[in-house]
Design a protein around this ligand. Sequence first.
Ligand code: BDR
Ligand code: CA
Length: 301
Amino acid sequence: MSRKVVIDTDPGIDDAVAILFALASPAFEVIGITTVAGNIGLTTVTRNAGRILALAGRPDIPVIAGAAAPMSRKGFDTTEIHGDDGLGGVSFPEPLAAPLGGAVEWLAETLLRHPFGSVDILALGPLTNIARLVRGHPAAAGRIGRIIAMGGAIDERGNIGPHSEFNLAADPEAADIVIRAGLPLVLIPLDVTRKVRATRDYLALLRASGVPSALVSADLIDAYFQSTTGGESRPLHDPCVMLYAERPDLFGVDGIALTVDVGDGVDAGALVRDGAGATVTVAMRVEAAAVLDLLAARLTA
Ligand code: BDR
Ligand code: CA
């Protein structure tokens, strides 16, 4: 049985691999891709979502542009990691369909139109669209089946500040709203995503298949190797969201009471263990070899 999912995303190298996985997996029926500024500006991430769908031969799936900026702060410049085009310069076809606008309203209408609990959200970027949905359309937000979001660092060091991770640091106020909203939320933090790593051998395995989704994924991860120095492997952050959605049994979760640092310091957006905070389901453990096998199996099929 496949689950209906909306992917909320800012593609982004690892977002692209995650989207290709979701499109290849029978576990998901992707009913739309909503975009949010994050890894790069809104126009580019929206175009990238269309390019990924064109490559996968799925121009029937709508792309709906969402928030162009965080709730109340300035966004980051991340071209060093994801390249000027957000996809590491990897070659993609142009979109075959024009994007729509108004992601938050589209999400609300979609959730209200489908049976209660039947649509999941797979969130791969800053949580701005989701926070705006919670604020502006609480009845629709209450109909979400599951929301699985890549974000945060619990015991791991951060990748923005000492304890803050990009997706939450890009819009701390949005993260705060979503974490306090009481949604059926599962967070996938760096504690898990840094354990799911692609090596050069893994890229060779993807390439040997000759399958377009696998070849492009290998090129994307290769671009990630080029843009970052040191180490024999690269973490596959966003694909972990889809991997959890398909096989939660391969992850271990804890209920952790959390608040979000919404200050102006270097750790804005950091998750803070706080008994007075909201208890959130957080993935803290993963069977890394098994999820990497699943990712490769889907991309190369
Ligand atoms: C997250 O930040 C982005 O750059 C990646 O796409 C991922 O969603 C990892 O911290
Ligand atoms: Ca992302």
